[in-house]
Ligand binder design. Structure first.
Ligand SMILES: C[S@@+](CC[C@H](N)C(=O)[O-])C[C@H]1O[C@@H](n2cnc3c(N)ncnc32)[C@H](O)[C@@H]1O
Length: 482
Protein backbone atom coordinates (compact mmCIF):
# COMPACT_ATOMS: atom_id res chain seq x y z
CA UNK A 1 0.00 0.00 0.00
CA UNK A 2 1.47 3.40 -0.89
CA UNK A 3 2.53 5.61 2.00
CA UNK A 4 0.31 8.50 3.10
CA UNK A 5 2.78 10.99 1.73
CA UNK A 6 2.92 9.27 -1.65
CA UNK A 7 -0.85 8.99 -1.85
CA UNK A 8 -1.32 12.70 -1.27
CA UNK A 9 1.25 13.49 -3.91
CA UNK A 10 -0.52 11.24 -6.41
CA UNK A 11 -3.85 12.89 -5.70
CA UNK A 12 -2.60 16.36 -6.58
CA UNK A 13 -2.22 16.61 -10.32
CA UNK A 14 0.49 19.04 -11.28
CA UNK A 15 2.77 20.04 -14.08
CA UNK A 16 3.62 17.10 -16.36
CA UNK A 17 6.92 15.47 -15.30
CA UNK A 18 8.35 15.81 -18.82
CA UNK A 19 7.40 19.48 -19.00
CA UNK A 20 10.59 21.58 -19.23
CA UNK A 21 9.32 23.68 -16.35
CA UNK A 22 8.35 20.88 -13.98
CA UNK A 23 11.53 21.25 -11.92
CA UNK A 24 12.71 24.63 -13.12
CA UNK A 25 10.33 27.53 -13.06
CA UNK A 26 11.29 30.25 -15.55
CA UNK A 27 14.12 32.34 -14.09
CA UNK A 28 13.01 35.94 -14.67
CA UNK A 29 16.36 37.37 -13.50
CA UNK A 30 18.34 35.29 -15.92
CA UNK A 31 15.94 36.01 -18.78
CA UNK A 32 16.09 39.75 -18.01
CA UNK A 33 19.88 39.67 -18.10
CA UNK A 34 19.92 37.85 -21.43
CA UNK A 35 17.05 39.61 -23.21
CA UNK A 36 16.90 43.43 -22.97
CA UNK A 37 13.34 43.37 -24.41
CA UNK A 38 12.23 41.48 -21.30
CA UNK A 39 14.32 43.44 -18.79
CA UNK A 40 11.95 46.42 -18.66
CA UNK A 41 9.08 44.21 -17.50
CA UNK A 42 10.90 42.66 -14.56
CA UNK A 43 10.82 44.25 -11.11
CA UNK A 44 11.91 42.97 -7.72
CA UNK A 45 9.84 42.34 -4.61
CA UNK A 46 11.00 43.55 -1.20
CA UNK A 47 12.45 40.08 -0.61
CA UNK A 48 14.42 40.49 -3.84
CA UNK A 49 12.31 38.08 -5.91
CA UNK A 50 12.01 38.92 -9.61
CA UNK A 51 8.42 39.45 -10.73
CA UNK A 52 6.39 40.61 -13.70
CA UNK A 53 3.03 42.34 -13.74
CA UNK A 54 0.62 39.61 -14.87
CA UNK A 55 -2.02 42.22 -15.61
CA UNK A 56 0.18 43.79 -18.28
CA UNK A 57 -0.41 42.16 -21.69
CA UNK A 58 2.95 43.44 -22.98
CA UNK A 59 4.72 41.76 -20.08
CA UNK A 60 3.01 38.37 -20.52
CA UNK A 61 3.59 38.48 -24.28
CA UNK A 62 7.27 39.32 -23.80
CA UNK A 63 7.60 36.47 -21.32
CA UNK A 64 6.15 33.97 -23.81
CA UNK A 65 8.39 35.47 -26.49
CA UNK A 66 11.60 34.98 -24.49
CA UNK A 67 10.60 31.56 -23.12
CA UNK A 68 9.89 30.25 -26.60
CA UNK A 69 13.20 31.66 -27.82
CA UNK A 70 15.35 30.67 -24.86
CA UNK A 71 13.93 27.24 -24.08
CA UNK A 72 12.61 26.13 -27.47
CA UNK A 73 14.65 28.06 -30.04
CA UNK A 74 11.43 29.45 -31.53
CA UNK A 75 10.90 32.90 -33.04
CA UNK A 76 7.42 34.02 -32.14
CA UNK A 77 5.17 37.05 -31.88
CA UNK A 78 1.49 38.00 -31.79
CA UNK A 79 -0.21 41.34 -32.42
CA UNK A 80 -1.75 43.35 -29.58
CA UNK A 81 -4.84 41.86 -27.99
CA UNK A 82 -4.53 38.31 -29.38
CA UNK A 83 -4.61 35.41 -26.95
CA UNK A 84 -1.17 35.01 -25.41
CA UNK A 85 -0.32 31.45 -24.36
CA UNK A 86 1.45 30.59 -21.14
CA UNK A 87 4.18 28.29 -22.38
CA UNK A 88 4.40 25.87 -19.39
CA UNK A 89 0.62 25.46 -19.45
CA UNK A 90 0.41 24.68 -23.13
CA UNK A 91 3.31 22.20 -22.89
CA UNK A 92 1.27 20.05 -20.47
CA UNK A 93 -1.33 19.32 -23.14
CA UNK A 94 1.37 18.33 -25.65
CA UNK A 95 2.93 15.91 -23.14
CA UNK A 96 -0.45 14.39 -22.29
CA UNK A 97 -1.03 13.66 -25.98
CA UNK A 98 2.45 12.16 -26.12
CA UNK A 99 1.39 9.84 -23.28
CA UNK A 100 -1.82 8.88 -25.09
CA UNK A 101 0.05 8.09 -28.29
CA UNK A 102 2.65 5.98 -26.57
CA UNK A 103 0.18 4.07 -24.39
CA UNK A 104 -0.95 0.68 -25.60
CA UNK A 105 -4.62 1.25 -24.71
CA UNK A 106 -5.42 1.25 -28.40
CA UNK A 107 -3.26 -0.38 -31.04
CA UNK A 108 -0.91 1.78 -33.05
CA UNK A 109 -2.49 2.28 -36.46
CA UNK A 110 0.01 4.78 -37.73
CA UNK A 111 -0.23 4.94 -41.48
CA UNK A 112 2.50 7.60 -41.62
CA UNK A 113 5.23 5.30 -40.35
CA UNK A 114 6.78 6.74 -37.22
CA UNK A 115 5.80 10.28 -38.12
CA UNK A 116 3.12 11.59 -35.83
CA UNK A 117 0.54 13.81 -37.50
CA UNK A 118 -1.82 16.02 -35.53
CA UNK A 119 -4.63 18.44 -36.20
CA UNK A 120 -4.81 21.60 -34.06
CA UNK A 121 -8.36 22.95 -34.10
CA UNK A 122 -8.31 26.73 -33.66
CA UNK A 123 -4.59 27.31 -33.60
CA UNK A 124 -4.91 31.05 -33.00
CA UNK A 125 -2.44 33.74 -34.04
CA UNK A 126 -0.05 32.18 -31.55
CA UNK A 127 -0.02 28.75 -33.26
CA UNK A 128 1.40 27.53 -29.99
CA UNK A 129 0.58 23.81 -30.08
CA UNK A 130 2.01 23.11 -33.54
CA UNK A 131 5.14 25.13 -32.72
CA UNK A 132 5.69 23.22 -29.48
CA UNK A 133 4.71 19.81 -30.92
CA UNK A 134 6.96 20.24 -33.94
CA UNK A 135 9.96 21.63 -32.06
CA UNK A 136 9.79 19.34 -29.04
CA UNK A 137 8.73 16.12 -30.72
CA UNK A 138 9.04 16.52 -34.47
CA UNK A 139 5.28 16.10 -35.00
CA UNK A 140 3.64 17.46 -38.13
CA UNK A 141 0.38 19.40 -37.99
CA UNK A 142 -2.56 20.75 -39.88
CA UNK A 143 -3.51 23.84 -37.89
CA UNK A 144 -6.91 25.40 -38.56
CA UNK A 145 -8.47 28.70 -37.71
CA UNK A 146 -11.17 30.96 -39.05
CA UNK A 147 -10.11 34.57 -38.44
CA UNK A 148 -7.91 36.47 -40.84
CA UNK A 149 -5.63 37.70 -38.06
CA UNK A 150 -5.13 34.20 -36.63
CA UNK A 151 -4.44 32.71 -40.06
CA UNK A 152 -2.03 35.48 -41.04
CA UNK A 153 -0.05 35.42 -37.79
CA UNK A 154 -0.03 31.65 -37.42
CA UNK A 155 1.50 31.54 -40.91
CA UNK A 156 4.05 34.21 -39.94
CA UNK A 157 5.00 32.31 -36.80
CA UNK A 158 5.52 29.16 -38.84
CA UNK A 159 7.61 30.95 -41.48
CA UNK A 160 9.77 32.57 -38.79
CA UNK A 161 10.94 29.08 -37.87
CA UNK A 162 12.31 27.53 -41.08
CA UNK A 163 13.66 24.49 -39.21
CA UNK A 164 10.09 23.28 -38.57
CA UNK A 165 8.03 25.19 -41.12
CA UNK A 166 7.74 22.14 -43.39
CA UNK A 167 5.93 20.36 -40.59
CA UNK A 168 3.03 22.80 -40.17
CA UNK A 169 0.23 23.56 -42.63
CA UNK A 170 -2.14 26.40 -41.74
CA UNK A 171 -5.69 25.75 -42.99
CA UNK A 172 -8.65 28.12 -43.19
CA UNK A 173 -11.72 26.42 -41.67
CA UNK A 174 -13.97 28.78 -43.63
CA UNK A 175 -12.51 27.61 -46.95
CA UNK A 176 -13.70 24.03 -46.80
CA UNK A 177 -14.36 22.07 -50.00
CA UNK A 178 -18.11 22.68 -49.50
CA UNK A 179 -17.68 26.27 -48.45
CA UNK A 180 -14.85 27.67 -50.57
CA UNK A 181 -15.44 31.37 -49.81
CA UNK A 182 -14.29 32.69 -46.46
CA UNK A 183 -17.23 34.27 -44.74
CA UNK A 184 -18.76 34.74 -41.35
CA UNK A 185 -17.38 36.51 -38.35
CA UNK A 186 -15.10 39.45 -38.69
CA UNK A 187 -12.29 40.12 -36.35
CA UNK A 188 -13.56 42.10 -33.41
CA UNK A 189 -11.48 44.00 -30.95
CA UNK A 190 -11.47 42.97 -27.38
CA UNK A 191 -9.33 42.20 -24.42
CA UNK A 192 -9.27 38.86 -22.74
CA UNK A 193 -6.99 37.16 -20.28
CA UNK A 194 -6.40 33.50 -20.35
CA UNK A 195 -6.49 32.19 -16.82
CA UNK A 196 -10.05 33.10 -16.57
CA UNK A 197 -9.65 36.44 -18.02
CA UNK A 198 -11.66 39.28 -19.15
CA UNK A 199 -13.30 40.38 -22.27
CA UNK A 200 -14.50 43.72 -23.53
CA UNK A 201 -16.53 44.63 -26.61
CA UNK A 202 -18.85 42.59 -28.76
CA UNK A 203 -19.41 41.54 -32.30
CA UNK A 204 -21.31 38.31 -31.81
CA UNK A 205 -24.93 39.33 -31.62
CA UNK A 206 -26.70 36.16 -30.50
CA UNK A 207 -27.75 36.28 -26.84
CA UNK A 208 -26.39 33.19 -25.08
CA UNK A 209 -29.78 32.06 -23.86
CA UNK A 210 -31.30 31.89 -27.36
CA UNK A 211 -29.16 29.32 -29.07
CA UNK A 212 -27.03 26.78 -27.31
CA UNK A 213 -25.93 24.82 -30.36
CA UNK A 214 -22.81 25.44 -32.41
CA UNK A 215 -23.45 27.16 -35.71
CA UNK A 216 -20.11 28.56 -36.76
CA UNK A 217 -17.75 27.50 -39.55
CA UNK A 218 -16.95 23.79 -39.93
CA UNK A 219 -14.61 22.35 -37.34
CA UNK A 220 -13.37 18.94 -38.52
CA UNK A 221 -15.88 17.70 -41.09
CA UNK A 222 -15.29 19.59 -44.34
CA UNK A 223 -11.91 20.81 -43.12
CA UNK A 224 -10.31 17.37 -42.98
CA UNK A 225 -9.78 16.25 -46.57
CA UNK A 226 -10.80 12.95 -48.11
CA UNK A 227 -8.43 10.16 -47.16
CA UNK A 228 -6.50 12.20 -44.59
CA UNK A 229 -5.40 10.32 -41.46
CA UNK A 230 -4.25 11.81 -38.18
CA UNK A 231 -2.88 10.40 -34.98
CA UNK A 232 -4.74 12.97 -32.94
CA UNK A 233 -6.60 16.22 -32.90
CA UNK A 234 -6.32 18.78 -30.16
CA UNK A 235 -8.27 21.89 -29.29
CA UNK A 236 -8.29 24.77 -26.87
CA UNK A 237 -11.86 25.80 -27.66
CA UNK A 238 -13.56 29.16 -27.34
CA UNK A 239 -14.62 28.67 -23.73
CA UNK A 240 -17.39 31.17 -23.30
CA UNK A 241 -20.87 31.51 -24.68
CA UNK A 242 -21.25 35.19 -23.99
CA UNK A 243 -19.21 38.24 -23.16
CA UNK A 244 -20.96 38.35 -19.80
CA UNK A 245 -19.84 34.81 -19.02
CA UNK A 246 -16.28 35.66 -19.99
CA UNK A 247 -16.34 38.41 -17.39
CA UNK A 248 -13.29 40.40 -16.53
CA UNK A 249 -10.41 39.17 -14.46
CA UNK A 250 -8.12 42.03 -13.53
CA UNK A 251 -5.49 39.68 -12.07
CA UNK A 252 -3.98 38.48 -15.34
CA UNK A 253 -3.94 39.68 -18.89
CA UNK A 254 -3.14 37.30 -21.69
CA UNK A 255 -5.05 39.09 -24.43
CA UNK A 256 -7.61 37.36 -26.60
CA UNK A 257 -10.18 38.58 -29.08
CA UNK A 258 -13.89 37.95 -28.94
CA UNK A 259 -13.71 35.34 -31.70
CA UNK A 260 -10.95 33.50 -29.86
CA UNK A 261 -12.85 33.25 -26.63
CA UNK A 262 -16.57 33.25 -27.37
CA UNK A 263 -18.81 31.11 -29.56
CA UNK A 264 -22.56 30.50 -29.38
CA UNK A 265 -23.10 27.72 -26.87
CA UNK A 266 -19.53 28.08 -25.54
CA UNK A 267 -17.15 25.17 -25.19
CA UNK A 268 -20.01 22.75 -24.56
CA UNK A 269 -21.46 23.38 -28.03
CA UNK A 270 -18.06 23.57 -29.70
CA UNK A 271 -16.82 20.25 -28.32
CA UNK A 272 -20.21 18.64 -28.91
CA UNK A 273 -19.70 19.50 -32.58
CA UNK A 274 -16.24 17.92 -32.51
CA UNK A 275 -17.85 14.78 -31.05
CA UNK A 276 -20.50 14.79 -33.80
CA UNK A 277 -17.80 15.23 -36.44
CA UNK A 278 -15.81 12.39 -34.90
CA UNK A 279 -18.81 10.08 -35.25
CA UNK A 280 -18.57 10.60 -39.01
CA UNK A 281 -14.79 10.64 -39.27
CA UNK A 282 -14.37 7.71 -36.85
CA UNK A 283 -10.96 6.12 -37.24
CA UNK A 284 -9.54 8.90 -39.41
CA UNK A 285 -8.13 10.01 -36.08
CA UNK A 286 -6.60 7.67 -33.58
CA UNK A 287 -7.39 10.01 -30.70
CA UNK A 288 -9.76 12.96 -30.57
CA UNK A 289 -8.93 15.35 -27.74
CA UNK A 290 -10.00 18.70 -26.38
CA UNK A 291 -9.42 20.92 -23.40
CA UNK A 292 -12.48 21.51 -21.25
CA UNK A 293 -12.72 24.52 -18.96
CA UNK A 294 -15.65 23.56 -16.76
CA UNK A 295 -16.27 20.38 -14.88
CA UNK A 296 -20.00 20.48 -15.47
CA UNK A 297 -19.33 20.49 -19.22
CA UNK A 298 -16.87 17.63 -18.85
CA UNK A 299 -19.62 15.49 -17.33
CA UNK A 300 -22.04 16.37 -20.09
CA UNK A 301 -19.46 15.61 -22.79
CA UNK A 302 -18.52 12.26 -21.26
CA UNK A 303 -22.16 11.18 -21.29
CA UNK A 304 -22.47 12.39 -24.88
CA UNK A 305 -19.45 10.24 -25.77
CA UNK A 306 -21.09 7.21 -24.17
CA UNK A 307 -24.23 7.88 -26.22
CA UNK A 308 -22.35 7.93 -29.52
CA UNK A 309 -20.55 4.69 -28.73
CA UNK A 310 -16.88 5.59 -28.57
CA UNK A 311 -14.61 2.75 -27.50
CA UNK A 312 -12.55 4.73 -24.98
CA UNK A 313 -12.78 7.89 -22.95
CA UNK A 314 -9.80 9.27 -21.06
CA UNK A 315 -9.64 12.39 -18.96
CA UNK A 316 -6.92 14.27 -17.19
CA UNK A 317 -6.67 17.35 -15.06
CA UNK A 318 -4.30 20.19 -15.89
CA UNK A 319 -3.44 22.20 -12.82
CA UNK A 320 -1.18 25.16 -13.27
CA UNK A 321 -0.98 27.78 -10.57
CA UNK A 322 -4.53 28.43 -9.54
CA UNK A 323 -6.09 27.35 -12.80
CA UNK A 324 -7.68 23.95 -13.26
CA UNK A 325 -8.73 22.60 -16.65
CA UNK A 326 -9.46 19.15 -18.02
CA UNK A 327 -8.25 17.15 -20.97
CA UNK A 328 -10.84 14.91 -22.65
CA UNK A 329 -9.81 12.21 -25.12
CA UNK A 330 -11.79 9.57 -26.97
CA UNK A 331 -11.32 7.07 -29.72
CA UNK A 332 -13.22 4.79 -32.05
CA UNK A 333 -10.31 2.40 -32.37
CA UNK A 334 -11.13 -0.86 -30.56
CA UNK A 335 -9.06 -1.06 -27.37
CA UNK A 336 -6.07 -3.39 -27.25
CA UNK A 337 -6.77 -4.20 -23.63
CA UNK A 338 -9.58 -3.75 -21.18
CA UNK A 339 -9.27 -0.62 -19.09
CA UNK A 340 -11.07 0.59 -16.06
CA UNK A 341 -13.11 3.70 -16.70
CA UNK A 342 -10.69 6.50 -15.92
CA UNK A 343 -13.32 9.00 -14.92
CA UNK A 344 -14.75 6.91 -12.10
CA UNK A 345 -14.98 9.18 -9.12
CA UNK A 346 -12.99 8.29 -6.08
CA UNK A 347 -15.01 8.77 -2.92
CA UNK A 348 -12.02 10.22 -1.17
CA UNK A 349 -12.09 13.20 -3.52
CA UNK A 350 -15.20 15.36 -3.68
CA UNK A 351 -15.54 18.61 -5.50
CA UNK A 352 -18.07 21.26 -6.29
CA UNK A 353 -18.21 24.39 -8.38
CA UNK A 354 -18.97 27.83 -7.04
CA UNK A 355 -20.51 29.61 -9.98
CA UNK A 356 -21.83 33.15 -10.20
CA UNK A 357 -19.34 34.47 -7.66
CA UNK A 358 -20.01 38.08 -6.75
CA UNK A 359 -17.34 40.14 -8.45
CA UNK A 360 -15.78 41.51 -5.26
CA UNK A 361 -14.82 37.99 -4.16
CA UNK A 362 -11.94 35.85 -5.35
CA UNK A 363 -10.29 32.54 -4.53
CA UNK A 364 -8.49 33.96 -1.50
CA UNK A 365 -11.77 35.06 0.16
CA UNK A 366 -13.22 31.63 -0.40
CA UNK A 367 -10.08 30.04 0.99
CA UNK A 368 -10.26 32.18 4.14
CA UNK A 369 -13.92 31.27 4.55
CA UNK A 370 -13.07 27.59 4.27
CA UNK A 371 -10.61 28.07 7.11
CA UNK A 372 -13.05 29.94 9.34
CA UNK A 373 -15.82 27.42 8.58
CA UNK A 374 -13.69 24.65 10.08
CA UNK A 375 -12.18 26.75 12.87
CA UNK A 376 -15.70 27.53 14.06
CA UNK A 377 -16.25 23.83 14.59
CA UNK A 378 -13.02 23.60 16.62
CA UNK A 379 -11.05 21.76 13.92
CA UNK A 380 -7.37 22.49 13.43
CA UNK A 381 -6.56 24.19 10.14
CA UNK A 382 -3.49 25.18 8.20
CA UNK A 383 -4.07 27.64 5.40
CA UNK A 384 -1.46 27.84 2.67
CA UNK A 385 -2.07 30.98 0.61
CA UNK A 386 0.46 30.09 -2.07
CA UNK A 387 -0.93 26.65 -2.90
CA UNK A 388 -4.51 27.81 -2.17
CA UNK A 389 -5.15 24.92 0.18
CA UNK A 390 -6.36 24.43 3.73
CA UNK A 391 -5.33 21.25 5.58
CA UNK A 392 -7.92 20.26 8.14
CA UNK A 393 -7.95 17.75 10.97
CA UNK A 394 -11.17 17.33 12.91
CA UNK A 395 -12.35 14.81 15.45
CA UNK A 396 -15.72 13.17 14.86
CA UNK A 397 -17.22 15.41 17.57
CA UNK A 398 -15.90 18.49 15.84
CA UNK A 399 -17.24 17.27 12.52
CA UNK A 400 -20.62 16.67 14.06
CA UNK A 401 -20.60 20.06 15.70
CA UNK A 402 -20.02 21.49 12.23
CA UNK A 403 -22.90 19.50 10.89
CA UNK A 404 -25.14 20.37 13.85
CA UNK A 405 -26.24 16.83 13.69
CA UNK A 406 -24.48 14.95 16.46
CA UNK A 407 -26.56 11.83 16.77
CA UNK A 408 -27.13 10.96 13.14
CA UNK A 409 -23.54 10.95 12.02
CA UNK A 410 -22.06 9.29 15.09
CA UNK A 411 -24.58 6.53 14.55
CA UNK A 412 -23.69 6.25 10.90
CA UNK A 413 -20.02 5.95 11.70
CA UNK A 414 -20.63 3.41 14.44
CA UNK A 415 -22.87 1.28 12.31
CA UNK A 416 -20.51 0.99 9.38
CA UNK A 417 -17.45 0.15 11.39
CA UNK A 418 -16.71 -1.00 14.86
CA UNK A 419 -13.99 1.54 15.53
CA UNK A 420 -14.30 3.87 18.49
CA UNK A 421 -15.48 7.05 16.88
CA UNK A 422 -14.08 9.18 19.71
CA UNK A 423 -10.56 8.13 18.77
CA UNK A 424 -10.93 8.89 15.06
CA UNK A 425 -9.80 12.00 13.29
CA UNK A 426 -10.81 13.11 9.86
CA UNK A 427 -7.89 14.64 7.94
CA UNK A 428 -8.41 16.21 4.57
CA UNK A 429 -7.32 19.02 2.32
CA UNK A 430 -9.57 21.61 0.69
CA UNK A 431 -8.13 23.21 -2.46
CA UNK A 432 -9.56 26.18 -4.32
CA UNK A 433 -8.97 26.54 -8.05
CA UNK A 434 -9.84 29.40 -10.34
CA UNK A 435 -11.81 28.17 -13.36
CA UNK A 436 -13.10 31.13 -15.28
CA UNK A 437 -14.02 34.55 -13.94
CA UNK A 438 -16.79 34.11 -11.42
CA UNK A 439 -16.30 30.36 -11.13
CA UNK A 440 -14.18 28.45 -8.66
CA UNK A 441 -13.66 24.73 -8.18
CA UNK A 442 -13.47 23.63 -4.55
CA UNK A 443 -12.02 20.20 -4.01
CA UNK A 444 -11.85 18.14 -0.81
CA UNK A 445 -9.32 15.28 -0.69
CA UNK A 446 -9.54 12.82 2.16
CA UNK A 447 -6.15 11.83 3.50
CA UNK A 448 -7.00 8.23 4.36
CA UNK A 449 -8.44 6.29 1.48
CA UNK A 450 -11.31 3.99 2.58
CA UNK A 451 -11.66 5.91 5.82
CA UNK A 452 -14.65 4.73 7.91
CA UNK A 453 -15.46 8.44 8.15
CA UNK A 454 -15.93 8.96 4.43
CA UNK A 455 -19.72 9.36 4.94
CA UNK A 456 -19.03 12.14 7.39
CA UNK A 457 -16.53 13.66 4.95
CA UNK A 458 -19.12 13.84 2.20
CA UNK A 459 -21.67 15.48 4.56
CA UNK A 460 -19.09 18.04 5.58
CA UNK A 461 -18.19 18.89 2.01
CA UNK A 462 -21.89 19.34 1.27
CA UNK A 463 -22.24 21.59 4.29
CA UNK A 464 -19.21 23.57 3.17
CA UNK A 465 -20.69 23.93 -0.28
CA UNK A 466 -23.94 25.31 1.16
CA UNK A 467 -22.09 27.74 3.41
CA UNK A 468 -19.82 29.06 0.64
CA UNK A 469 -22.66 29.30 -1.84
CA UNK A 470 -24.75 31.32 0.63
CA UNK A 471 -21.88 33.67 1.29
CA UNK A 472 -20.36 34.20 -2.15
CA UNK A 473 -22.72 33.34 -4.98
CA UNK A 474 -25.39 35.39 -6.63
CA UNK A 475 -27.39 32.30 -7.58
CA UNK A 476 -27.98 29.80 -4.83
CA UNK A 477 -28.34 26.89 -7.28
CA UNK A 478 -28.00 23.33 -6.03
CA UNK A 479 -24.66 21.59 -5.83
CA UNK A 480 -23.29 19.19 -8.38
CA UNK A 481 -20.93 16.71 -6.73
CA UNK A 482 -18.42 14.41 -8.25
C1 LIG B 1 -9.18 29.83 -27.26
S1 LIG B 1 -8.54 30.15 -28.84
C2 LIG B 1 -7.16 29.03 -28.83
C3 LIG B 1 -5.95 29.54 -29.55
C4 LIG B 1 -4.69 28.68 -29.34
N1 LIG B 1 -4.90 27.32 -29.80
C5 LIG B 1 -4.28 28.68 -27.90
O1 LIG B 1 -4.39 27.63 -27.24
O2 LIG B 1 -3.86 29.73 -27.39
C6 LIG B 1 -9.73 29.36 -29.90
C7 LIG B 1 -9.44 29.53 -31.38
O3 LIG B 1 -10.40 28.79 -32.12
C8 LIG B 1 -10.65 29.51 -33.31
N2 LIG B 1 -11.91 28.98 -33.89
C9 LIG B 1 -13.17 29.22 -33.56
N3 LIG B 1 -14.01 28.49 -34.34
C10 LIG B 1 -13.23 27.76 -35.17
C11 LIG B 1 -13.47 26.81 -36.20
N4 LIG B 1 -14.70 26.46 -36.54
N5 LIG B 1 -12.42 26.24 -36.81
C12 LIG B 1 -11.16 26.60 -36.48
N6 LIG B 1 -10.87 27.49 -35.52
C13 LIG B 1 -11.88 28.06 -34.88
C14 LIG B 1 -10.70 30.94 -32.85
O4 LIG B 1 -10.54 31.85 -33.92
C15 LIG B 1 -9.52 30.94 -31.88
O5 LIG B 1 -8.33 31.29 -32.54
Amino acid sequence: MPSKKRRRKEERPKIHPRNKYSDNQPDFSLLASLYPSFKDFVFYSREGRPRIDWTDFNATRELSHVLLLHDHGLHWWIPDGQLCPTVPNRSNYIHWIEDLLSSDIIPKTNSNGDNVRGFDIGTGANCIYPLLGASLLGWSFVASDMTDVALEWAERNVKSNPHISELIEIRNARCSPNNPTPEGLNNGESVYSEEGEGLLSSSIGMPASEDKSYHGPPILLDVVRDGERFDFCMCNPPFFESIEEAGLNPKTSCGGTLEEMVCPGGEKAFITRIIEDSVVLKQSFRWYTSMVGRKVNLKFLISKLREVGVTIVKTTEFVQGHTCRWGLAWSFVPPAKKIISPHLTEKNILSFMLEGLQCQFGAIHVLQSVESFFLTGGASCKLNASSFTVDITASTEQCNALLNNEVKHLNEVASCSDVQEASLNLSFRVSVFQQIPGTLLVKGSLQHRDSPLSGLFSSIIQQLDDALRRKFCREKAGANYS
